[in-house]
Structures are given as structure tokens and as C-alpha cells.
Design a protein around this ligand. Structure first.
Ligand SMILES: Cc1cc2nc3c(=O)[nH]c(=O)nc-3n(C[C@H](O)[C@H](O)[C@H](O)COP(=O)(O)OP(=O)(O)OC[C@H]3O[C@@H](n4cnc5c(N)ncnc54)[C@H](O)[C@@H]3O)c2cc1C
Length: 440
């Protein structure tokens, strides 16, 4: 049942906010506090680091601008799947060698398993469904690429992919005039992302970690043998710091971050529940998580209550005309891809930031030149599994249980700065234009 909340959270109008019970609001940090570790950001990465640290007996706090799940962890599509980089497997092999690429793929699988294990062991259902995900060829010519990709993943990484012809797609409830073949990847499942992040936060509190809401970190500086984190009404002094702001991170906290990430918008619409007749009219009855083969991809799935979630890239600017254009484009894509549902209204529509990096891989490690400050960010739009496991690994680096070289090589590279960072939005505009042409 949908919920209506009366608290003073800064809401964004998402379906997830309405689909979970009233969350607990953590109090604001007021005054001075000492902790061993201070984590910046209450999403999957920051909370996962805090949980592991608190369980190891480390005194840890999480400082959050708004509330748990305010960032992408409470806004995403709920595809708990492989990913975390924009490099494909062949590019990973070229850049890091086969062994490291295999290690990285195994790390992604471990991330998915970690989230499943957490939900099971905490007794959280989070509306799980879907066994793996399906990538759908949006042009007939893309079916050959999907088949060879499937064979490559099987041979090189042991991923048991399955190719689906157009007939298979129709038979399995992935109908639609724009889908010509599919590749099923057997890893991953769908979940309610807000239910997961709230359950994670509750585990942090139970383990003794402190979470402070409405406590934006506005400055980070060295203070003797500690780091000093200033928030609106408070000050934390901590021996170690974890930066986990991802697409919501401030570029000046710390200054090292300036120009090293590219926050990009992704947008989601969720329809009203569809009737059985409407589902049959489109030929879409599968609840398997799906995405198309466009570079500017669309991701979609039928939710357990028969609503349809449809996600796509966002716009460039966050002003109202630009956001309105983004909603219009997303709606038009939805109607083109699911013509039988052109009359079905979207009851929820929202967007959020994902975090890209210049070299297209995440960074999980100690920030160069800032001993004791760690970062875990840059999941390239697939962070449910990746941020969760990487947060745990950061805790391992902090407690000394893990060495940097234990991580897959693609995670070890600190972010490089974008050339002329002030022009990042222009690069993005150019890239969208070019990818749009390639996708046609
Ligand atoms: C619309 C959308 C759809 C997506 N769909 C999927 C999907 O289906 N599957 C998937 O795997 N991934 C998806 N993602 C990506 C995924 O949600 C993110 O990669 C993941 O949630 C990142 O987690 P995080 O903890 O690193 O960052 P976030 O969840 O973004 O959390 C960062 C937090 O840090 C806080 N913060 C930032 N700066 C400060 C500061 N100075 N002081 C205090 N707090 C600060 C922010 O308020 C925020 O709450 C999607 C993202 C979006 C936006």
C-alpha cells in the first residue's frame, strides 16, 4: 500500500518514498564530537563502510546532507546487477589484463551476492523479484552483437548467458515492436532500493554507528593528527574519513575532488498499475529486469504491483525548463517503445545523480596526498551491488584487514581530473548528441 508521510524530509516525489513505511529520521549534529572514523554520505557506500567499521568496534559516524537514502541510493531503479564501470569487458582486458578483468567481474558478482545475503540474513524482503536481467536488441542488426557478446562472456568469464530470439522474447513476455532479440545474464535481482538502504541504516544504528541527518559537511581540513569536518551546526574530529558522496559530492570537500567526477542525471517514471488486458496488449508480462542496447540506454521492469518502471538518461541542466524537457523526452521514448501503453499515465516521476569518472572506472582507496582520507565512488550508474561491497572494502582498508592490492586493479586508480573541468557539461552535451546519432 502507498504511504503518505508527514515528516519534514526533503522529498523528491519518488515511488520508493511512497512505497516504504515512515522512515526513522536521524538527528542533526549539533556541537563538537570525536570519532575514529567519519563517513560523508548515507548511501549504500557510506553506510556499508560504517556498518563494517561499527561491527569491528570502531567508533564511526555518518554525516548526511539530508537523510538516509536522499542520494541515488533512495532514487535508483532497483536493478541489483553487475556493473560499476562504463568500460566493457573487452576494454577492461585491454586496460588491465585478463586476470584483473576476471577479478573485477568476480567482485561485481560478489557485490550482488552480498546484497542478497544481507537481505536474507536481516529478514528484509524489499520486494525482490527477477532472476538476472535481459538486454534487448533495439535494432535487428544488434542481435548478432548480442550473440557474440554472450559467447564471449561465457568463454572468458564463465557467465552462463542465454540468447533469446524474437520468438523467445514473445514467449517469455518481453513483447514489443522495438525488441528484436535478447541476451539473458543470470546474475542480479530487482529490489526496492529505499527499503534496502533503510534496512542498511538500521543495521548501522544497531551495530553502534551514529548517523546524523541534516548535517552537510562543508569543509574538511587537517587538525593535528585528526581530520576536521565542519557541518552547519557541528564539528567532527576523526582520525580517518570516508568520502562517499558519489554524484552528490561537493567538489570542494576535499579540494582534491575538484574536476575529477562528472555527476550525470538519470530519470525514472513509474506508471499506475497495469491491468492484465493492458499487459497482454503490449505482450509484456515478464518481471525480469530489462535494458536496451542503446548507448543512451533505457532500463525498465514490471514491479510486483504491476506498475511499470521506465528509466532513461536525464538532461544536462537542473533548471525547470530543462527538467520539463527531460520528462517529455522520457515520456516520448516510453510511448515509442511501449505503444500499447501510450494512454497509461505516469504517477511518479523523479531523477537523481549518478557519478562518472574520466577513466570510466570507480575509485576505492586512499586519496593521494591525504593520509587517512578514503574515497569510494564512481559507480557509473550501477552502484547497488558495487557501492555496497566497495563500502565494506574501504572498512577493510581502514582496519588494515585488506591491502590496496587485494582489490581488483580497476578499483585502485584514483580519479584523474577532467581536462578543462568547467566544460564538463558541454562534453556531456556533445556526447549525448553523438551517442544519439549512433543509437539510431
Ligand atoms: C535515477 C537513478 C537510477 C539508478 N538505477 C540504478 C539501478 O537500477 N541499479 C544500480 O545498481 N544503480 C542504479 N543507480 C545508481 C545507484 O543508485 C548509485 O550508484 C548508488 O546508489 C550510489 O550509492 P552511494 O552510496 O555511492 O551514493 P549516494 O546514494 O548518492 O549517496 C551519497 C550521499 O552523500 C550525501 N552527501 C554528499 N555530499 C555530502 C556532504 N558534503 N556532506 C554530507 N553528505 C553528503 C548525499 O546527500 C547522498 O545522500 C541509479 C541512480 C539513479 C540516480
Amino acid at each position: 500500500m502507498l504511504q503518505s508521510h508527514t515528516d519534514n524530509r526533503r522529498t523528491i516525489g519518488s515511488y520508493w518514498e511512497a512505497s516504504v513505511p515512515e522512515p526513522r529520521l536521524d538527528r542533526q549534529l549539533i556541537g563538537n564530537a570525536l570519532f575514529d572514523v567519519a563517513v560523508v554520505g548515507a548511501g549504500y557506500a557510506g553506510l556499508s563502510a560504517a556498518l563494517k567499521l561499527a561491527q569491528a568496534g570502531v567508533s564511526v559516524c555518518v554525516l548526511e546532507v539530508e537523510h538516509v537514502g536522499y542520494g541515488a541510493s533512495g532514487r535508483n531503479g532497483g536493478f541489483c546487477c553487475l556493473g560499476g564501470t562504463k568500460l566493457n569487458e573487452r576494454q577492461l582486458i585491454r586496460a588491465f589484463g585478463l586476470e584483473e578483468a576476471r577479478k573485477f567481474v568476480a567482485f561485481q558478482v560478489a557485490g550482488v551476492n552480498l546484497v542478497a545475503h544481507r537481505l536474507d540474513s536481516w529478514g528484509v524482503d524489499a520486494d525482490r523479484h527477477s532472476k538476472g536481467e535481459v538486454f534487448l536488441a533495439h535494432r535487428p542488426k544488434d542481435t548478432a552483437g548480442l550473440q557474440s557478446e554472450g559467447a564471449f562472456l561465457k568463454e572468458t568469464f564463465g557467465i552462463k548467458t542465454r540468447y533469446l530470439s524474437k520468438d523467445d522474447l514473445d514467449a517469455e513476455g518481453h513483447g514489443g515492436p522495438g525488441f528484436h532479440g535478447g541476451l539473458h545474464v543470470p546474475y542480479g535481482f530487482a529490489l526496492n532500493p529505499m527499503a534496502y538502504v533503510q534496512a542498511l541504516a538500521e543495521q548501522v544504528r544497531t551495530a553502534g554507528g551514529k548517523i546524523f541527518g541534516k548535517s552537510p559537511v562543508t569543509a574538511l581540513s587537517q587538525d593535528g593528527d585528526r581530520w576536521r569536518l565542519e557541518t552547519g551546526y557541528g564539528l567532527v574530529r576523526a582520525k580517518k574519513v570516508v568520502l562517499a558522496g558519489n554524484g552528490y559530492a561537493r567538489e570542494d570537500v576535499p579540494k582534491w575532488l575538484h574536476g575529477r567526477t562528472l555527476p550525470v542525471m538519470s530519470s525514472i517514471q513509474v506508471t499506475r498499475p497495469l491491468s492484465e488486458d493492458e499487459l497482454s496488449a503490449q505482450g509484456w508480462t515478464s518481471d525480469t529486469m530489462s535494458a536496451d542496447t542503446r548507448i543512451l540506454l533505457h532500463y525498465f521492469r514490471l514491479l510486483p504491483d504491476r506498475r511499470f518502471l521506465f528509466g532513461t538518461r536525464g538532461g544536462i541542466f537542473e533548471n525547470e525548463p530543462s527538467l520539463a524537457a527531460m520528462r517529455k523526452r522520457a515520456r516520448s521514448d516510453f510511448e515509442n517503445m511501449f505503444p500499447a501503453w501510450a494512454h497509461v499515465e505516469a504517477e511518479f516521476s523523479w531523477y537523481g545523480h549518478v557519478c562518472l569518472a574520466r577513466r570510466l572506472t570507480p575509485f576505492v582507496g586512499e586519496v593521494p596526498g591525504m593520509a587517512g582520507v578514503y574515497a569510494a565512488m564512481g559507480w557509473h550508474g550501477s552502484g547497488i551491488a558495487m557501492a555496497s561491497i566497495s563500502g565494506e572494502k574501504i572498512a577493510g582498508l581502514i582496519t588494515g584487514k585488506l591491502r590496496r592490492e587485494d582489490l581488483p586493479a580497476p578499483l585502485q586508480r584514483p580519479f584523474a581530473r577532467f581536462p578543462l573541468p568547467g566544460l564538463r557539461k558541454l562534453y556531456l552535451q556533445g556526447a549525448y548528441w553523438w551517442y544519439g546519432i549512433k543509437d539510431r
